[in-house]
Design a protein around this ligand. Sequence first.
Ligand SMILES: C[S@@+](CC[C@H](N)C(=O)[O-])C[C@H]1O[C@@H](n2cnc3c(N)ncnc32)[C@H](O)[C@@H]1O
Length: 295
Amino acid sequence: MFVSGLELWQWMNQAKTEAIAYDIPLAEIHWLLQELAGLDRLALRLESFKDLPKIELKLSLSELAQLWQRRLQERVPVQYLTGVAHWRNFSLKVTPAVLIPRPETELLIDLAVEAVNSYGVNPKSHWVDLGTGSGAIAIGLACALPNASVYAVDCSSEALAVARLNAENLGFGSRINFYQGLWWEPLAFLKGQVSGMVSNPPYIPSSTVLTLQPEVVRHEPHLALDGGFDGLECIRHLVETAPDYLESGGVWLVEMMAGQAEAVADMLQSHGSYGKVQIFSDLAGVDRFALAYRR
Ligand SMILES: C[S@@+](CC[C@H](N)C(=O)[O-])C[C@H]1O[C@@H](n2cnc3c(N)ncnc32)[C@H](O)[C@@H]1O
């Protein structure tokens, strides 16, 4: 469907006024137009598209306006409206069955690579992403560790379908093995052989989930968010179960919520199977990642 640059520019200006009124970042209008009108960031910033005689849209202008109303009225995250989330160097398909991968989670891949480079963790062997959601971490690992076999697990079959599609679309279909099940359960055949476990599990206390911003609480899967009464139930389970699967020297690496670092470090230290427990912060300086090595 085609619209003139002027029509689209007028729509954009109207949308900007509404975004301000609804306290939604103006950048989201650009994201929407990048995905749906194929405009690049510079053209959007300079508004140079205004003079184009025609622009191809993936939908009609009235459908675009309806989509935008869903953003404003229903607080649907823009990534679910476009069906795309950008994470590291990947464009990932996302649906409401999967958590929208967050920028801070990108650091898990850098920490895994750092563990391989600095501590001699075996890059060729088996790496697992537990609670894969959109497949972001598994795909990030497959890309960063080209000799590794990657295993991705999720209990949600709908999430796994999205993750599989993302892996196929990005050329990692043959590098990642997908399993439906609870955490390590489908991976019994890897006991004692895993070089790295990476996970961004649900870690928000149940009582906090309902207080999150409407975009999250109304639209993202609660299965991906709810970490039980203290938020640490899944992490506790991963601390308990991983030693049976990790090889000696294998890395245990998890994302957690602000404020959980001390409790997670204590769990790892007191377990007895882990050494070199470390906490890493995100780009805002908040402690968000725990890493340890299987003794
Ligand atoms: C916070 S999301 C992380 C998704 C993705 N890895 C990311 O970082 O964007 C947690 C994921 O764990 C999955 N999950 C929750 N409980 C699980 C369980 N018991 N076993 C396996 N996966 C589980 C959810 O379905 C969800 O996809």
